[in-house]
Design a binder for this molecule. Structure first.
Ligand code: HEC
Length: 154
């Protein structure tokens, strides 16, 4: 070891990572623990009201009204007969901001919608699902957050 350079032992490094990772995750708004974590997105009356307007202005011209057929053929349904609820909130959030993987028509909304507006539109979509589906999708959203923390600590 060269004199003067502060090398860390691997034990110290493991401790630093173990202590810093949750701090960084929480600081970035991605923490899964605690009731204030961003995902699963909390469905509040306020968000559902805002989300319904955001949806009407930005989404319904393709996806149609939730529960009726799409306005633009090929746009997936967000109702319980679709597969939106097969995905975790974290992924829906990212996809609405930056487009779903391999998307051809779906535009990105980064720069058009704020993070809170995206959360609101997801809350509105979720509010249309029956409670059992909402619960399953919330479980999935929690699982993905847990997985992220475990991967980060690995
Ligand atoms: C120009 C038409 C169009 C608009 C506007 C649009 N979408 Fe899409 N969306 C699509 C299409 C088509 C797909 C399927 C992927 C593809 O081919 O682009 C898709 C895919 C998605 C998906 C992933 C598939 C799923 O449901 O799991 C989500 C989530 C989604 N859109 C949500 C939204 C939301 C929320 C808005 C409004 C903020 C919106 N879209 C606006 C056309 C659109």
């Amino acid at each position: 070891m060269t004199k003067g350079i502060p090398y860390l032992t691997s034990r110290q490094l493991v401790w630093m990572i173990a202590i810093l990772t949750p701090v960084i995750l929480v600081a970035c708004g991605g923490g899964a623990s605690g009731s204030d974590s961003q995902f699963p997105i909390a469905v509040t009356d306020q968000r559902v009201t805002v989300g319904e307007q955001v949806y009407a202005v930005n989404c319904s011209q393709c996806h149609g009204q939730i529960g009726s057929s799409p306005a633009l053929p090929g746009s997936p349904s967000h109702a319980e007969d679709g597969h939106t609820w097969h995905h975790a909130d974290r992924h829906l959030f990212q996809w609405i901001l930056d487009r779903p993987p391999l998307a051809q028509l779906m535009p990105a909304f980064r720069g058009t919608l704020s993070d809170e507006e995206v959360s609101s539109v997801i809350a509105y979509i979720k509010s249309n699902w029956p409670s059992d589906i909402r619960e399953r999708q919330n479980d999935l959203s929690r699982l993905i957050e847990q997985q992220l923390i475990e991967d980060a600590l690995r």
